[in-house]
Every structure is written in C-alpha cells, then in structure tokens.
Design a binder for this molecule. Sequence first.
Ligand SMILES: NC(=O)c1ccc[n+]([C@@H]2O[C@H](COP(=O)([O-])OP(=O)(O)OC[C@H]3O[C@@H](n4cnc5c(N)ncnc54)[C@H](OP(=O)(O)O)[C@@H]3O)[C@@H](O)[C@H]2O)c1
Length: 250
Amino acid sequence: MSDDSTRPRTAVVTGASSGIGAATARALAAEGFRVVCAARRTDRIEGLAAEIGGVAVTCDVTDDASVATLAAAVEECHVLVNNAGGAAGLDKVEAADLEGWRWMYDVNVLGLVRVTKALLPALRASGDGLVVNVGSTAGRWAYEGGAGYTAAKHAVKVVTETLRLELNGEPIRISEVAPGMVRTDEFALVRFGGDRERAEAVYAGVDQPLLAEDVADAIAWVATRPSHVDIDELVIKPRAQAAAHKVHRT
Ligand SMILES: NC(=O)c1ccc[n+]([C@@H]2O[C@H](COP(=O)([O-])OP(=O)(O)OC[C@H]3O[C@@H](n4cnc5c(N)ncnc54)[C@H](OP(=O)(O)O)[C@@H]3O)[C@@H](O)[C@H]2O)c1
C-alpha cells in the first residue's frame, strides 16, 4: 500500500482508443488521475496518453499474454474501468451468428474477468481500489435481435454483483455504470460490420442521444466518491429513451 499521498492515483481504462473509454480517460485525468490507456490500437492510445499526461499500453483483453503485459505495467491501481466491449449484429436467436456471440462473450465478459483477475493485486496494493464495469441497459432488458449482446451484458451485471460479494471486507469497491443509447463514433458501426447506413439508423430522429462524455462524467463521479461510499450501479439513459423499446423519435 502506498503511503505517499502526494503521488497521483492511477486509473486503468480499457477500450480507451475511442468512444466512452477515451472520454473516461480524459475525465479521470481531469480529476487528477494518472491514466493508463489500454486498447489494441496503439497509435490512438499513444495520442491520447500524450494529450492527458498518461501512459499507453497496447492490450487485447481477449489475450492472456497481452493482459499480463498490462498488469506488469501497473504497480498500483486505484481505479480500473473495464470498458472494452461491443455488440455484433442484430440477428434473431433463430439466425444467431455464433461466431459473433462468441466474440461478444469473449470481449465483454471474459475480457473483463481476465483484466480484473490480472489487476486485483494492483487494486489491493493501492489500499483503496475501485472497479467500474461498463455494462449496459442491455444488461437489464431483452430486445429482439439483441440476445447475444444482452446475454453478455447481463453476465457483466452478475459478474459485478458476484465480485462485490467475494471482495466484501477488502478495501475494494465494485460498481457498474450501465448506459442506454450513447452516440459514439464506432459502437454501431462495429455492430453492423461497417455498414454506416444501418449504424446511422440507430440514432435516427432521436433528440440528443447520450454522448461518450456524459457516460465518462458518470464514471468520474463514481470514481471520486469518498472511499466508504459504494455506488453499486448507475443506469444512465438519454431523456428520449424510456426503455430499450421505448425511444422517442421525431
Ligand atoms: N454506445 C452505446 O450505445 C453503448 C451503450 C451501453 C454500453 N456500451 C458499452 O460501452 C463500452 C464502450 O462502447 P463505445 O460506445 O465507446 O464503443 P466503441 O467506440 O466501439 O469502443 C469500444 C472500445 O473497446 C475496445 N476494444 C474492443 N475489443 C477490444 C479488445 N479485444 N481488447 C481491448 N480493447 C478492445 C476498442 O478499442 P480497440 O479497437 O483499439 O482495441 C474501443 O476502444 C462497451 O463495453 C459497450 O458495450 C455502449
């Protein structure tokens, strides 16, 4: 445990190369954290790290050796944001693309578990650790065509709850921030394999979907509560979205 209170607290953000992860890295840096930016696209995280005075570590959360490299670069971790993730496709169960399902489970669930396992020693070493898992309202509601993603994000919710039980008594908090519709540059594009028209249709007519910065703001808020205050979960949606199916469009 560090006894040097003047040393900056360290945050690790996975999936920091775009969208919510990049915005979260910026928000945590603005709160004074030294941010370790992790993702596969090295050029992007290096640019971000240079901008915010952080550190870039190339990391594929689906790969043991890559995650071990990340863990080796982090001696103490005060905040771990498990953000790397995404959705693939919108097929009904009957037509499920099992490779897509496997990818979603791999990155959203196993990736989160792999990184958490690897960084638990550093979270303990900080003496005051926090894990923020980026879930989704897809971890709360089913919707047609969404089962591969909703199943994975439901798993994120349950892994989060289990970890909180298992680490009870240790100075480590476990939170889930679960956004609804967020207009990021890549999420829908990745979901639809680069089909820009389908990706744009997700947000068509929606008055002000959330932005990555809105979610980053929520994560930074969770990360800056006093140590004894545990925010179990925070569901955040745009005003236009009352539920997965209930989105007001003009
Ligand atoms: N956008 C939404 O509407 C929404 C709503 C609720 C929840 N979420 C969740 O929020 C998180 C971020 O989403 P976003 O909208 O910001 O999407 P995004 O812009 O597509 O960002 C996804 C990030 O994950 C990283 N990533 C993907 N596979 C990875 C891997 N194997 N190893 C390491 N990093 C990996 C990507 O970086 P590299 O490609 O460089 O590795 C990228 O930085 C995801 O968990 C998503 O499920 C999004």
